[in-house]
Design a protein around this ligand. Structure first.
Ligand SMILES: Cc1cc2nc3c(=O)[nH]c(=O)nc-3n(C[C@H](O)[C@H](O)[C@H](O)COP(=O)(O)OP(=O)(O)OC[C@H]3O[C@@H](n4cnc5c(N)ncnc54)[C@H](O)[C@@H]3O)c2cc1C
Length: 400
């Protein structure tokens, strides 16, 4: 068994990159993370659902367990309830928890990588300033538009699903009385959905980012169909600049915001529409899908959204990224005399598992956004049958 320390270069210092650093460090690894953003990322994310099983390994974060999901119809009626087990928290709290466990000495910010390559026993990272650094292994944790993925799987492109998510957060004290019943559904059973024809909304409590242990915020997401031809317009910010994947909070033009809120008023029952009207800032993300044919090439591996595009309908993207890192660490522990095969085995196992999960998520999204379902005439047994068709025998982390 070799005692030589292993040099790992990680591209991307967000949740998947930090989790990779956290779990590989105890495996005889020297870690260097390269993040293109010059500043901390903590303000970027909204609410997320987490697989409760990743909580202990990352040392816990503020949030709460929920026990069920309720579906509301366009007329505000309760249509279906089903038990689920998820942990609701905020992206920024998960990021901060991971960040607090990785030393600043291991992270270089403001470093944009342009490409990577891999030779017999080394992998290299090339930077936009023309410099290069070599490692035993390189991990691409550089998200949806991954540069590292272009080396690992050059033919792969994320495919646009045909809809966007409009996201908002409202502090509990700012919610109007018209959304009282929505607050109660979010108290119990916890995960609230409103299904209307070819569109849907999700809502749940998350810890308030300023006072995570004492106050809470309602996190909501409205999925709106948007043909690819209109996407450019949808992702143009208030200064007229176009964005590739998302419009960050505060960047949406007033005109676009007003027009979305008008649509919400027409489409959704009052408890949801009034919560949307009370929301100060909207953000928007185009929804993409796809899992490349492999996660590993030579000594370069992909984790997180770089490896698998997290279609959001099973609330799994962050958990999958953390689990990629935990499984990779197990491999490093168990294969101290490394060769490329052990990393390929890890990649294939993770690919099969995440593809099966995300295929379900993509199927749910297509059905909810394009299935033309007449939910108001569905009975609970119709919802049961629909869900059975969606999961097609696959076990999701949040089901019994
Ligand atoms: C609408 C919506 C709802 C969601 N809901 C949930 C949910 O409920 N639960 C859940 O778990 N997940 C959810 N997700 C998914 C989750 O947000 C992502 O899966 C997760 O944030 C991905 O983390 P990551 O670290 O892989 O990538 P990212 O967070 O995208 O990080 C990539 C990092 O790489 C850096 N980078 C990129 N290119 C370069 C380069 N060339 N050089 C250097 N650095 C670079 C970037 O600056 C960034 O910091 C949702 C996503 C969407 C769109």
């Amino acid at each position: 068994m070799s005692n030589k320390r292993i040099k790992i270069g990680i591209v991307g210092g967000s949740v998947a990159g930090l989790a990779t650093a956290l779990f590989l460090k105890p495996c005889h690894c020297d870690i260097s993370i390269f993040e293109r953003s010059p500043s901390e990322l903590a303000e970027r994310g909204a609410g997320i659902a987490l697989d409760p099983e990743v909580l202990d390994p990352i040392g816990g974060v503020a949030g709460h367990n929920i026990t069920g999901r309720i579906i509301i119809g366009a007329d505000g009626r309760e249509l279906w309830q089903t038990p689920i087990h998820k942990y609701m928290t905020a992206w920024s709290l998960v990021y901060q928890q991971l960040r607090s466990q990785v030393s600043s000495q291991n992270i270089q910010t403001g470093m944009r990588i342009t490409h990577v390559d891999s030779h017999d026993d080394q992998a290299a990272i090339y930077f936009s300033d023309g410099s290069k650094q070599s490692f035993d292994y390189v991990v691409g944790a550089d998200g949806l538009g991954s540069t590292v993925r272009r080396f690992v799987c050059p033919d792969f492109e994320p495919s646009y699903c045909g809809y966007v998510a409009i996201r908002g957060m409202v502090r509990e004290q700012d919610l109007p009385s018209e959304s009282e019943v929505l607050k109660r559904w979010a108290d119990s059973p916890g995960f609230v959905n409103c299904f209307v024809k070819n569109s849907h909304v999700t809502a749940y409590w998350i810890p308030d980012s300023d006072s995570p242990t004492s106050q809470r915020t309602l996190n909501w997401m409205w999925y709106r169909n948007c043909p690819e031809s209109a996407l450019e317009n949808f992702l143009t910010d208030r200064s007229g600049k176009g964005h590739r994947w998302s419009l960050p909070p505060g960047e949406m033009s007033e005109q676009h915001r007003k027009s979305l809120l008008h649509e919400i008023d027409q489409l959704l029952p009052e408890p949801f529409a009034s919560a949307a009207r009370a929301t100060e800032t909207l953000s928007e993300q185009a929804i993409y899908k796809g899992v490349p044919g492999h996660f590993v090439r030579g000594r370069v591996a992909l984790v997180g959204d770089a490896a698998h595009i997290a279609v959001p309908h099973i609330g799994a993207g962050v958990s999958l990224g953390i689990q990629d890192a935990m499984a990779m660490a197990d491999c490093f522990k168990n294969h101290r005399n490394h060769n490329d095969a052990f990393l390929r085995d890890w990649g294939e196992k993770r690919r099969v598992k995440t593809k099966a999960d995300l295929d379900v998520a993509a199927r749910i999204g297509m059905s909810l956004q394009f299935g033309n379902h007449d939910y108001l005439n569905w009975r609970p047994s119709d919802f049961d049958a629909w869900w059975k068709e969606m999961v097609a025998g696959h076990h999701l982390y949040f089901e019994d």
